[in-house]
Design a protein around this ligand. Structure first.
Ligand code: ZN
Length: 114
């Protein structure tokens, strides 16, 4: 059994899931989850919440100076998991398939595991 170390909210989104931003600055964007921060209830989503970062040139490491863009974490409550069957953001349900816990689309019932 998996041990639960904290009483934080359960996170239904995992790395490599595709999510849709439902509210906030990047509303409507879709992207792949790069990282999950369960303790902060935040996600890093590819091409979402891009921030500009000023980079100082470092010739020894062949880094050019200028402005680089990178993702910043977005609150899990601002995104929903995208169901590949429905092709829309859905709520996540839970089922046991034998010994395996799987996440399912509450709308169409398709499994959300890859
Ligand atoms: Zn679905």
């Amino acid at each position: 059994m998996r041990t639960v170390s904290t009483e934080h909210k359960r996170v239904d989104i995992r790395r490599n899931d595709t999510v849709k931003v439902i509210t906030g600055r990047d509303k409507g964007k879709e992207g792949r989850v790069l990282r999950v921060f369960p303790n902060d209830a935040k996600l890093l989503v590819e091409h979402v919440m891009m921030v500009k970062k000023h980079v100082r040139p470092n010739p020894q490491r062949n880094i050019k100076g200028g402005i680089a863009e990178q993702e910043s974490p977005i609150s899990i409550s601002n995104v929903m998991l995208l169901c590949v069957s429905c092709n829309r953001p859905v709520r996540v349900g839970h089922e046991m398939h034998g010994d395996h816990h799987v996440r399912v689309c509450k709308r169409c019932g398709a499994t959300l595991e890859k």
